[in-house]
Design a protein around this ligand. Structure first.
Ligand SMILES: [Mg+2]
Length: 230
């Protein structure tokens, strides 16, 4: 890379550790609870609709997800469900909030190699307390100079982060699994983006057309970034 990258930011969920498979498991459990009402596929669609309607109010994370499951269950059942049913949904949320942290392959090795050479940052969406828990349990906390738990990942949100870090976009590289949230906003600001694909992507984060950009890197896995930085 011909530029001087000084700061590397990492997305967390499905970039540093497993996340989306846990949400998909939870969604399956939720659909199972409601299987007398509608087919699984339709319940999933209804839940997604509720999530999109509430995104501007709840933001990203498990707490908002639980409220959306309760709202969806109420709607699907024509408000006939009991509070006991809501308890079952809350239990799904509690389970999600206590999932173990499973680091993705190559993460620790890569951070170890970058440590001391770059300012390493975590830039993630999600519930504040939950992301703090995951970071603490990941054992990765000491690699990072700064942790930013963001309510959204729009260009304006990254602009605030760059200002806070006192970093110019051309010195900034963002790595993550979501083209939409981790790459496009940073390219728009003049920074670098590296995509690390993960095998499952939440519908909301999906991006179809193949991206072509001179500040964009398509990486096979997280450790491939080392070759580009040489
Ligand atoms: Mg992610």
């Amino acid at each position: 890379m011909k530029t001087k990258i000084t700061t590397i930011a990492f997305d967390a969920d499905d970039t540093l550790w497993v996340n989306e498979p846990y949400f998909q498991q939870a969604e399956k459990q939720f659909c199972h609870l409601l299987e007398d009402y509608l087919p699984q596929h339709t319940i999933s669609q209804e839940l997604f609709k509720t999530e999109m309607n509430n995104l501007h109010l709840y933001g990203y994370g498990i707490k908002g997800f639980v409220l959306c499951m309760i709202e969806t269950a109420s709607r699907i059942s024509n408000q006939t469900l009991t509070l006991e049913f809501a308890d079952n949904i809350i239990a799904i949320g509690h389970e999600l909030l206590q999932k173990p942290i499973e680091l993705l392959p190559g993460v620790e090795k890569t951070l170890e190699q970058l440590k001391g050479k770059y300012n390493l940052i975590v830039a993630t969406k999600g519930d504040l307390l939950d992301q703090e828990r995951k970071l603490k349990n990941s054992g990765l906390e000491n690699y990072f100079h700064h942790i930013e738990i963001m309510s959204d990942k729009k260009p304006g949100d990254y602009q605030k982060l760059l200002k806070h870090l006192d970093c110019r976009p051309e010195h900034f590289l963002m790595l993550g699994n979501s083209i939409k949230s981790d790459i496009l906003p940073i390219l728009e600001l003049g920074g670098f983006g590296g995509h690390i694909p993960y095998h499952v992507t939440w519908t909301h984060e999906q991006h179809e057309p193949k991206l072509q950009h001179d500040r964009f890197l398509e990486l096979k896995s997280i450790d491939h970034i080392i070759h580009y930085l040489k």
